[in-house]
Design a binder for this molecule. Structure first.
Ligand code: TUI
Length: 317
């Protein structure tokens, strides 16, 4: 089996999470230049926007990068046309089954890595020719499934014969080491990159991540069938209240309109939709993307070295 670094063409087996309206060329090129796979999140954006972003990433790095296509978007076909025409190195997908697009992406020479939250779909996309899968546990930020990273990664690793990349709850070297113990061969990290210096999200959003503790996130949207993990602020509490009291879905949708922009552009910590993973409580400071990557893998390597030394000496770990 090819390694994740071979599949991605990167120094480190790490993919930057696709964060809608946040993951654009600045962050993507910084992550790629830092030895990971930077990702442009195309969800909610136009084909022209995406073409321009791809150009800007290419101006800033000669390293591989990827585009994430969120499958609930109404312009998926147009976005697929753009990535095929531009021959982007890697495409990741989210929020659905990318099965019907895989053959076309492969024909264009693109590496395809679906981000999934259950084993059934992983088996299906592996059969359809995906190069690797991201197993995203419910600890992740944004649109989530129900299964934890701890339970999902080993089950997905047993079910497919392509590499599994773990996501959800990983923000330091311990998370990487743990993911490998579960059978993953790489990681996808979103929340920690939110506070990368190159990440253009408003300071209020970054501050909400840095201030967060273990219990600061909650999943809204269960009533609509699309649970989304966010920071538990005034907006999230109002949505949860409405959901609990069987509130009108239209009213909930109205309440949510424009809230991602309020968070991303204005940094509105009360009324913005601040998507975040459960691991935000571990994220303490802004750093350059390259520094984050180096630090995470140095920590993971040290864990392996220390454990080996202790085991060889015959002492209890
Ligand atoms: O897609 C993500 N994370 C996202 S997408 C997003 S934008 C959005 N905002 C509000 C509502 C919905 C989307 C923000 N964060 N991660 C990968 C992921 N995929 N998580 C869960 C899934 C998933 C869910 C259902 C994948 C497949 C799926 O299949 C349903 C089916 O067709 O069987």
């Amino acid at each position: 089996m090819k390694s994740v670094c071979e599949i991605l063409g990167t120094k480190y087996p790490i993919i930057q999470g696709a964060m809608a309206r946040i993951a654009e060329y600045n962050l993507a090129s910084a992550v790629s230049n830092g030895g990971g796979l930077g990702i442009i999140a195309a969800g909610g954006e136009s084909a022209d926007w995406l073409r321009d972003q791809i150009k800007k990433v290419r101006e800033r790095t000669d390293k591989p990068f990827g585009v994430n296509i969120m499958l609930l978007a109404d312009n998926v076909d147009e976005l697929m046309d753009v990535v095929c025409e531009e021959k982007v190195p890697v495409v990741t997908t989210g929020a659905g089954n990318p099965g019907k697009y895989i053959a076309r992406l492969k024909e264009a020479g693109i590496t395809v890595i679906p981000v999934l939250a259950n084993v059934t779909l992983a088996t299906r996309v592996a059969r359809n020719g995906a190069d690797a899968v991201v197993a995203e546990g419910t600890e992740a930020g944004g649109h989530i499934g129900e299964t934890t990273t701890m339970a999902l990664v080993p089950q997905m690793a047993d079910a497919v014969d392509i590499p599994v990349i773990a996501a959800g709850g990983i923000a330091d070297g311990r998370g990487i080491a743990a993911a490998y113990m579960l059978g993953a061969q790489g990681v996808q990290v979103g929340t920690r990159f939110l506070v990368a210096e190159e990440c253009i999200v408003a300071q209020g959003y970054k501050d909400a991540i840095i201030k967060a503790k273990d219990s600061s996130t909650v999943a809204t949207g269960r009533a609509t069938g699309h649970p989304v993990r966010v920071i538990k602020n005034k907006l999230a509490k109002r949505i949860l209240d409405l959901e609990k009291n069987n509130g009108d879905l239209e009213e909930i949708n109205r309440l949510c309109t424009g809230t991602l922009a309020a968070a991303v552009r204005d940094g509105d910590a009360d009324n913005g939709n601040i998507m975040s993973g459960q691991i935000a409580g571990l994220v303490k400071k802004e750093q350059k993307a390259a520094e984050i990557i180096e630090e995470m893998f140095k920590e993971a390597e040290k864990i392996y070295e220390d454990r080996n030394r202790i085991c060889r000496a015959g002492r209890t770990v």
